[in-house]
Write a protein that binds this ligand. Sequence first.
Ligand SMILES: Nc1ncnc2c1ncn2[C@@H]1O[C@H](COP(=O)(O)OP(=O)(O)OP(=O)(O)O)[C@@H](O)[C@H]1O
Length: 339
Amino acid sequence: MKTETKTMLEVSGLGHRYGGANGHQAIADLTFQVRTGELACIVGPSGCGKSTMLRSISGLIKPTSGKVQLNGSPVNGVPEDLAVVFQDYSRSLFPWLSVRSNVEFPLRSRGVSKAERRERADEVLEWVGLSAAAKKYPWQLSGGMQQRVSIARALACRPALLLMDEPFASVDAQTRFELEDLLLRVRKQFDSTVLLVTHDIDESIYLADRVFVLSKSPASVVADLEIPLGDERDQITTRESETFVHLRSEVARLLDVRTAAAPKPEAAEAPEPEAEAATPEAEADEKPAEAAADSAAESDVDEQTSDADEKSADDAEKSTAKQWAEAEQAEAAETAKRN
Ligand SMILES: Nc1ncnc2c1ncn2[C@@H]1O[C@H](COP(=O)(O)OP(=O)(O)OP(=O)(O)O)[C@@H](O)[C@H]1O
């Protein structure tokens, strides 16, 4: 993969404090750059502020200090040419829209014509191996397939920068390997620039051209490592290679994983329940609206389904716009309080 020397993303002195002057400093003075065509991974300890950083970069929250520039322009609000893939695919996909309509959805607000939406959706669905599932609903798919829909939806927007927040953390180990390889293939196909956050050291090295290691909270960059593993990577031989093993130890040392892994006495007494990914089956039980959609999925009347999806997408767009407006008002109120 050819990485250009041009800088696509420039993060300078980025900091965010939740809750005003006496609140919680989640990230502090983050500075790094991602070049055009690069796949960069950010690895850091749990709770160090990785999601806060991604939300600041994507314009979802306004950082309290520092700045973010995308292709030389400051990021104020969510840029059109940026797409985000979240860990929780079950929440980020609309259960009442078919797979194809989910993929087409963000293209509507970008003014892409109906014919082109369909064309782009079909292209990316083919790339992620989901052409046959285009008319299904997300809850009819496995977790790994749902995350492939999220990736397809992001790629359909042809983003300059693809941000991924722990995108493979909610699937089993084998599916995770498959999705990692899928990401390597599609970033090559679509010439994507990717910034991926993970807490998995091996995953960061396997995927990346460059790994940024973060400190404990409040996060700052403690190392910027080039990953000289070449373009062709393989889950078995790459992970066995001397370079990989050496880099893994280096990142582990930087993260001080022995200290981090030591159980705290109170944690041993009252362990935090592990987050469980909701299964599509369990979700189907809980969602009567989806049961209605199920019968639509069984039907082979594509146009009818497509019309219903269009209406659902319109409703979803209104509801999303309302949520954005509310979030913006809340953010403005917080900023006013701070000042
Ligand atoms: N909306 C919020 N209001 C107040 N504090 C927050 C908010 N969101 C996150 N935090 C705090 O900021 C710190 C960083 O959280 P963040 O979710 O960014 O970390 P993370 O590295 O992504 O965590 P994890 O690895 O567990 O996903 C945490 O202490 C968290 O409790």
